[in-house]
Ligand binder design. Structure first.
Ligand SMILES: [Zn+2]
Ligand SMILES: [Zn+2]
Length: 240
């Protein structure tokens, strides 16, 4: 599904667990496409089918950037890597090291959820250990697929949460930090912090955003000016 120009959207298919949206960014003609997030386990063929139906060549998909490494955003990574083996993985440095070491505390977020998932999906410790090809820091601009995307490190929901911002089209991809329906990301999971999330929300509020493409729920193609700042203020007193 096309959002605009060179940005496509594969809606998450929530079931027993939530499934994050996947975005595809980049001009098809450049043959340099990027996936943003992978989604939950089990939905790999659904995603690959939609990509092929939309006319994407799988060999043109060069990398996947994770907004953060929660299971509902990266559970599907192994399935995608089987079908697109050259797929590079780019992640913020705060979550890259744990991912490479097989430290899955961020992936599951909380201990109770780890046992639930391991039972339900027959997962083993170490199933989410992946090599990271590029560690992002925040502050850099990625020139990919004929577009420029600024990386913003916006911790609070997780230690290494990032947003991608395209100033030309005023598009923000904030992962789970803010949604388009006045909700914000949880701040009770491993590595999360309400106070830090508050700072991150007010940083995002400074951006000029027309299109908000969050990790879940609806996408906003014509965002009301001031929406992010208003939402941050609505939540401010809880974020201590
Ligand atoms: Zn999520
Ligand atoms: Zn999350």
């Amino acid at each position: 599904m096309e959002i605009k120009g060179n940005i496509f959207f594969i809606p998450g298919q929530d079931a027993f667990l939530p499934d994050s949206h996947v975005y595809v960014i980049g001009d098809m003609k450049t043959k340099d496409l990027t996936l943003i997030d992978a989604g939950i386990m089990g939905n790999g063929s659904y995603k690959i089918n939609l990509l092929e139906k939309a006319g994407f060549q799988l060999e043109d998909i060069k990398r996947i950037i994770l907004t953060h490494t929660h299971i509902d955003h990266m559970g599907c990574l192994a399935e995608l890597r089987v079908i697109i083996p050259h797929l590079e993985l780019w992640v913020h440095e705060e979550e890259a090291l744990p991912l490479q070491r097989g430290d899955e505390r961020t992936v599951y977020g909380m201990e109770a959820f780890r046992s639930l998932c391991q039972t339900q999906f027959h997962l083993k410790p170490g199933d989410f250990s992946f090599p990271v090809h590029r560690q992002l820091q925040g502050g850099e601009t990625l020139d990919i697929g004929g577009m420029g995307w600024e990386v913003l490190h916006i911790p609070g929901h997780s230690l290494g949460s990032i947003a991608l911002y395209n100033a030309d089209e005023k598009v923000l991809i904030p992962g789970d930090v803010i949604y388009a329906d006045h909700a914000i990301g949880r701040f009770d999971l491993h590595g999360a912090s309400g106070r830090t999330l508050r700072e991150s929300l007010f940083r995002l509020a400074e951006l000029d955003v027309d299109v908000l493409l969050p990790g879940h729920n609806r996408v906003a193609r014509d965002l009301r000016p001031g929406y992010i700042g208003e939402t941050a203020k609505e939540w401010e007193s809880y974020l201590t």
